[in-house]
Design a protein around this ligand. Structure first.
Ligand code: AR6
Length: 187
């Protein structure tokens, strides 16, 4: 499923984000930036130690990465040239600003990609694994935030891709994109 907003193609696919060829891929990291399980583990495994070295330098320079913020490193052995590391919220039931923090994780990643004049970015489903965010709600926030960002500003991005690991997540993001496409001028 794909729509176009301004000059950017926005698509939803099922796959492994470590295989993506967009200029950047996004990592659903934690504030320590030292790797972990899920997509974070997969990115560091495939990307090799260069990514962790850069993460260590970032932590030494600026301390732990707050939830909702993003930083960028090289892509090591990945096909992508860059990894944008962001921290989504841990789900606590919805009363701890989780929705706004999740929006911020997507916005800050896009802002960084745009600042660096990158051509493409792939997102995983941030916060819906170990961090427990309900999938359908997260999908609506993810797709809604990206669509709003691309409508609001001119960017260097020609491609934004949501890469969902399993069929359930894929269906959820595809439905969210379809809902938004129905209500907009998207092609
Ligand atoms: N490609 C795309 N998506 C993937 C991949 C992959 N290779 N592997 C897993 N996913 P999670 P979170 C999906 O837990 O909830 C880590 O330990 C997965 O199916 O990776 O933000 C970090 O270090 C799920 O839909 O991220 C943090 O401590 C989605 O990625 C914590 O987990 C996100 O699941 C972050 O938790």
């Amino acid at each position: 499923m794909e729509i176009t907003i301004n000059k950017t193609n926005l698509s939803v696919i099922q796959g492994d984000i470590t295989n993506q060829t967009t200029e950047a891929i996004v990592n659903a990291a934690n504030p320590g930036l030292m790797g972990g399980g899920g997509v974070d583990g997969a990115i560091h495994r495939t990307g090799g130690p260069a990514i962790l070295e850069e993460c260590k330098e970032i932590i030494a320079r600026q301390g732990r990465l707050p939830t909702g913020k993003a930083v960028i490193t090289g892509g090591g052995n990945l096909r992508a040239s860059y990894v944008i590391h962001t921290v989504g919220p841990v789900w606590h039931g919805g009363g701890r600003d989780e929705a706004e923090l999740l929006r911020s994780a997507y916005r800050e990643s896009l802002r960084l990609a745009s600042e660096k004049r990158l051509t493409g970015i792939s997102f995983p489903s941030i916060s819906t694994g170990a961090y427990g965010y309900p999938l359908d709600e997260a999908a609506q926030i993810a797709v809604g935030t990206v669509v709003a960002f691309l409508k609001e500003q001119e960017t260097s991005l020609t491609d934004v891709v949501f890469v969902l690991f399993d069929a359930r997540a894929y269906d959820s993001y595809r439905s969210a994109l379809e809902e938004i496409a129905d209500g907009s001028h998207a092609a």
